[in-house]
Design a protein around this ligand. Sequence first.
Ligand SMILES: [Zn+2]
Length: 326
Amino acid sequence: MGSGVARAEGEDGAAAGSSQVGADVRSASDGADFQSAQEGAEVRQFWERLGLPGLVDVHTHFMPERVLRKVWEYFDAVGPLTGLEWPITYRGEEDERTAVLRQFGVRAFTAMLYPHKPGMAEWLNGWAVDFARRTPDCLHTATLFPEPAVTSYVRRAVDDGARVFKAHVQVGAYDPADELLDSAWGLLAEAGIPVVIHCGSGPAPGKHTGPEPIRRVLARHSRLRLVVAHMGMPEYEDFLGLAERYGEVRLDTTMAFTDFSERFAPFPRRALPRLDALGDRILLGSDFPNIPYAYVHQLHALERLGLGDDWLRAVCYGNGARLFGL
Ligand SMILES: [Zn+2]
């Protein structure tokens, strides 16, 4: 989710404390509880029962190792600071994490990465090219930030084969309607490339989070394929309204409806019929590996909404497969 990631990544001394984090990573991944065979079976049971070939997960995080470790460091600290315990369930080396997704039967996933300052997006995009090259089941992901070079590096990422972008309004602390981003949004709208955007005010609000700035972006780029992360938590109904108004707007399920999120940002039951009606534009997202519960819980949280098997099939596989031409 990355609410306080700005703070975690904000300390530029990335090496500081990293050896200790490294030790934690090793001990966690050596342990038997990193991911159990039983959980793999439970995840597969979920999609096999629906007759699906697997899952498409549009919201998973892969990023340069030192950035990811800063993110984990943040989540480790968040419990003692706020009382909201956030134990990372899938802490491990990169190849172990991709192996877990494959064992779950995730046929396609993303590498959601995002800058918190200028001059960082291009470097992240370079890393993402290599990651996509060595990870064929990853949908090549890129990112952006309002800065003078943005149009040219977004064009280059598209030329390099990027299939999805990630924007994080809260961590980046920028206005998505910033003029500097205007031609980049235009270019992405024209290319039909989806942009997963964390723009809701949950779990933590930012200066530019909430539906209003997104309304301004869509007023100028009505065909932009925004995928509102976390269902727009906690402004669920405003963002559902934007999806109802703009036919290319979608929402991802990431962390929504789970026991964890329902405690601080419950999804309003009265909006369930709207969720049902938008069933062809809701996409499975998980936030793997940075989740404080087992992956299968996100799937069960969708199932217990009671919207039926056709809805689940579309959300967990069909919509993503269609969007990305899988
Ligand atoms: Zn996320």
